[in-house]
Design a protein around this ligand. Sequence first.
Ligand code: CMC
Length: 428
Amino acid sequence: MPNTVQIVVDGKTLTYPLVEGTEGERGVDISKLRAESGLITLDQGYGNTGSCQSAITYIDGDKGILRYRGIPIEEFGKNADFIEVSWLLIFGRLPKKDELLRFRSRLTANAHLHEAMKHTFEGFPITAPPMAITSAMINTLGCFHPEFFSLKDEEVLEEAAARLISKIRTIAAFTYRRVNGLPYVYANPKLRYCANLLHMMFSMPYDDLVVDQEIETAMNLIFILHADHEQNCSTSTVRMVGSSKANLFASCAAGVCALWGPLHGGANVEVLEMLEQIHSGGLTAEKYIEIAKQKASGVRLMGFGHRVYKNYDPRAKMLQSVCEKLLKKLKVKDPLLDIARKLEELALKDQYFIDRKLYPNVDFYSGIIMRAIGIPTNMFTVMFAIGRLPGWIAHWKEQHDDPTSKIARPRQIYVGPVNKHYVPTEQR
Ligand code: CMC
């Protein structure tokens, strides 16, 4: 039978539909498998499990292809702007001039935080990890906007999205000011998205930062390249939380927590720490590669490898050229960049990395760019969160618009003790 897959269980043939995507990817819909056979599928890390059908982002990991709403990522590299890319991801098409203008106005009008939120910032110790503050403050933001807990139509969703995308930037800047004991600087409505972020982070109340055009362009590209990456760990978390009909703020706050981990968004911090360790620890790139190849060492070449890309991550390629250009323009001579170049050169011709198809990923160069701009390492993953937010919102919306979506509730194979009995304390 065409378009079906047959599975034989205990001598009985069961037939399941094949689902085909617009790029020819195929999957088997096993949603009735357990009811018909008693079997579940086991797929640790979900490497082989499709959790939904999605029309937002397409990745071909073998060919190194990434497209947002069908448009190759490389086409956003020259003229696109993070705000229009955000709208594209959320609403499915490039915005017309008036739509983009309206969205921008909404962002500008909502850059401020409720003054009461400043007290919440004050409540965090200055040692608090910025990702913890960011996640907590997104949930706090929700407390000030219960009118957006239920998003009835696209107009209301656009308003909520504009607030989140605008205010996460202010949250990030205030987080930086808080942990560094600096006075808060408010947004300047005359500045564009990235320049405004840098202004709120680095201006002083008595001394406005003049944002370099090249730096603004690099930040814009970093945000665009991080904006979505289909069902990655944090996006799947947003969808998992959202599947219970939790509101957009709570779902995105959970996404920040998932992004924090070193195997996901936190890898950009780990890359920098690895380069610093090599630089100041008397190690060479050659030695580090040898250590990373030994599983027992527990060390990995951070910024290398990807669950989906088994080829060069196209985002890493774009960032590499921006990185070289920016460092030249800023006249930064960064020894860490030389180490990064050496590591890349060695790994790409090393049989261990070739056999496992391990290539540089997006985190390999983004950290060096942010360091050159003056963003401290502990803020790198917060920058990633700003970039990824439109993707989270797009997935949350797609899931809520889908009448067939269900609460996410995986199964398990139980491997614990069987049929034991409770023993009172004195008899144990
Ligand atoms: N250095 C050394 N060996 C590696 C690396 C690495 N960076 N990545 C994978 N391997 C080896 C791994 O030991 C395994 O070897 P073997 O087949 O001998 O057991 C093989 O390659 C497959 O690795 P895996 O852990 O099964 O692959 P995965 O798809 O589960 O993991 C990954 C993907 C990104 C978590 C992993 O490559 C990694 O830990 N990379 C370093 C961290 C990093 O850069 N993360 C950022 C990911 S991109 C941005 C994002 O998603 O947030």
